[in-house]
Ligand binder design. Structure first.
Ligand code: HQG
Length: 185
């Protein structure tokens, strides 16, 4: 039987399951966000659209994605970032580079200048390693996004925790506005 899998759609649904609603799929995440691959496959097989999805398809899905969103290791899969579930995912603390970037919409700016960057509906603030990535993140909200430059190392030395997401994405706890400046484009 031939199978036509829409890998973008599969990736979105895997993200939804691993980041936001594992209970809808009866998935058990461990403290680092890992789920057993056979559990995830079994859950997805309950849906008509995904009944032919196999481990190799998850690997192709990860490979084809323009962003590194998911990771497979041994018998498990996890999302690198983006979680909003009540159980806080434990991330690896790391020393950030001197500067990190955050792309956002103009209409959030006054709030961010007043209160700093907050995780909002997610577990962590999401930061980008470079301006190009921040620009892409910001474009989801504003066609001409604002780029914020975060003095990450200084913030870290002042007690703000940073965590490694993937090679482009850093995570952090709330970032006070004193460490944030608008980057001229
Ligand atoms: C803003 C995507 C008002 C913040 C992306 C952002 C990323 C505030 C929005 C990842 C605020 C939250 C995460 C404050 C922050 N007042 N607004 N105090 N503090 N904000 O989507 O960082 O494609 O939850 O600027 O590429 O945009 O899904 O976070 O605009 O890596 O894999 O509140 O999600 O990855 O928005 O994006 P989000 P984000 P995927």
């Amino acid at each position: 039987m031939s199978k036509e899998i829409n890998y973008t759609k599969l990736s979105k649904e895997v993200s939804y399951a691993l980041r936001h609603a594992p209970w809808e799929y009866e998935l058990e995440l461990d403290k680092n966000g890992w789920v057993q691959l056979d559990q995830l496959l079994q859950a997805f097989h309950q849906f008509n659209e995904w009944q032919n999805v196999e481990l190799d398809d998850l690997k192709v899905m990860i490979e084809k994605s323009e962003k590194k969103r998911h990771e497979i290791q041994g018998n498990s899969i996890r999302a690198f970032y983006g979680h909003s579930i009540p159980m806080k995912i434990v991330k690896e603390e790391a020393i950030p580079p001197e500067f990190l970037y955050h792309g956002t919409a103009h209409n959030f700016l006054s709030e961010i200048e007043k209160n700093g960057l907050s995780p909002m509906s997610r577990q962590y603030v999401h930061l980008s390693k470079d301006i190009e990535t921040a620009n892409l993140v910001g474009k989801r909200k504003d066609k001409n996004p604002i780029i914020l430059e975060i003095r990450a190392l200084e913030a870290r030395n002042d007690g703000v925790n940073f965590y490694y997401g993937n090679e482009n994405v850093w995570l952090a706890d709330m970032i006070p506005s004193i460490f944030i400046a608008i980057k001229d484009k």
